[in-house]
Structures are given as C-alpha cells and as structure tokens.
Design a protein around this ligand. Structure first.
Ligand code: G3P
Length: 223
C-alpha cells in the first residue's frame, strides 16, 4: 500500500519525506486555504514547490465545476510538473472530464466519492485514482471502511485498473483498516502516520534493553 500525505504544508511534507516512507501528496482547496495560499499564481507556485519536494504523484484539484473549465484547468495544472495528478470532483462533468483526460494521458484522482455506484462510474471513466472519503462517512454514522471493501471487491471482480486511494483518514486505525480492506493507497494527515509508530510496549521494552545494557556495563567496569 502506498502512503501519501494529505496536506499542503511544506514542513509536514518534508517531515513525512524524511521518514523515508512517502510515496505522494494529496491536496484540496481547503488544505491550500489553510496554508493561506490564494490566487492562481501563488497556488500554482505552491504546487510546483510540492512537486519538487516529492517525486511521487501530487494531486492538485480543479476549482471549475463545468466540463470546459475543468479541462482548461486540468491542462494548466498538468503543465506544472510531470508528477501532477488532476483531482476532479465526482460530478457529471467531472466524469466526462476524467474520460477525456485519460485519452490525453493526464492522470486523474476522482474526489468526493461516497458510494459504490459512483466508484463504478469513476473506474469506467478511467481515473488513475478514486478517493472515497472514509472519515466523512463515519461522521454520518455509516461505515466508511465498508465502502473501501465494497470498491475493492467490485474492482477486483471487474478487473478495473483505477487505484483505490483511501481518503479522509483520521487515525492510525483507519490506516490499518484501509490496508486490510485492500486500499492501494492511503492519504493521511501527518499525525495519523506518526501515530503508527507508537506502542507502549515498544517504549517499555526499549527502556528495559537500555537499562540492562547499562547495568551490564557498570558490572563489567567494577570487575
Ligand atoms: O483528501 C481528502 C481529505 O482531505 C478529506 O479529509 O478530514 O477533510 O474529511 P477530511
């Protein structure tokens, strides 16, 4: 399973990259706004910086919601760097744009997916990635992870090539469950990635190893 970081924050991207496990980045207009990046030029410059930092796929989302506008933006975004993946919303014009972008060999990530039916259309259109939003489904008291399992089953049976990118990840447990459900990629906030490092028995065990080593060294220097 590939690990992407879900942020537009350059420091967090660097931190995840330094761990040596980062395969890519996803962003969205909310995440760009959170970093205070506004205006097309600044936004595109920021995508360029991310693409220089990370050689894997970097998702950059269109703002237009009509076919023509999305196609224009998608082509402009794709010009920024070779590793740009154009993020397109799961709407009628979005599906049409994804199909056309596939024929132009521009990679796409279909975002805001909440049902298995939507997932079938996304795969038929030929998206590179599909982003089902796990956490937001959980927020409505439905089972977000079940959607990953359902899409995995359908895509496996139908031999669809679109990669399942589990998004709206909120915790380390979500990451583990997404891996079990067959996600190809998980995109996570840095906190969720770092939470995978933690286990109290690791800390206790390491402390004991170090204490025992220290005791043995002290005994050796006394003898
Ligand atoms: O990549 C989509 C993701 O950022 C949405 O996450 O936490 O806003 O539901 P969230």
């Amino acid at each position: 399973m590939k690990f992407f970081i879900d942020t537009a924050n350059l420091d967090q991207i660097k931190e995840a990259k330094d761990l040596g496990i980062l395969d890519g980045v996803t962003t969205n207009p909310s995440l760009m706004a959170k970093e205070g990046i506004t205006g097309k030029e600044n936004i595109y410059r920021h995508y360029h910086k991310i693409c220089e930092l990370v050689k894997g796929d970097v998702s950059a989302e269109v703002i237009s919601t009509d076919y023509k506008g999305m196609m224009k933006e998608a082509k402009e975004l794709a010009e920024i760097a070779e590793n740009i993946v154009v993020k397109v919303p799961m709407i009628k014009d979005g599906i049409k744009a994804i199909a056309e972008l596939k024929s132009l060999e521009i990679k796409t990530n279909c975002t805001l997916v909440f049902s298995a039916g939507q997932a079938i259309l996304v795969a038929k259109a030929g998206a590179t990635y599909i982003s089902p939003f796990i956490g937001r489904i959980d927020d409505t008291s439905w089972d977000g992870m079940q959607l990953i399992s359902d899409i995995f089953e359908i895509y496996s049976l139908q031999a669809y090539e679109t990669e399942i990118l589990a998004a709206s990840i909120r915790s380390g447990l979500h990451i583990v469950e997404a891996a079990k459900a067959g996600a190809d990629v998980v995109t996570c906030p840095l906190d969720a990635i770092l939470s995978l490092l933690k286990h109290p028995l690791t800390d206790i065990g390491l402390q004991k190893f170090l204490d025992d080593h220290k005791k043995a060294q002290a005994a050796l220097s006394k003898s």
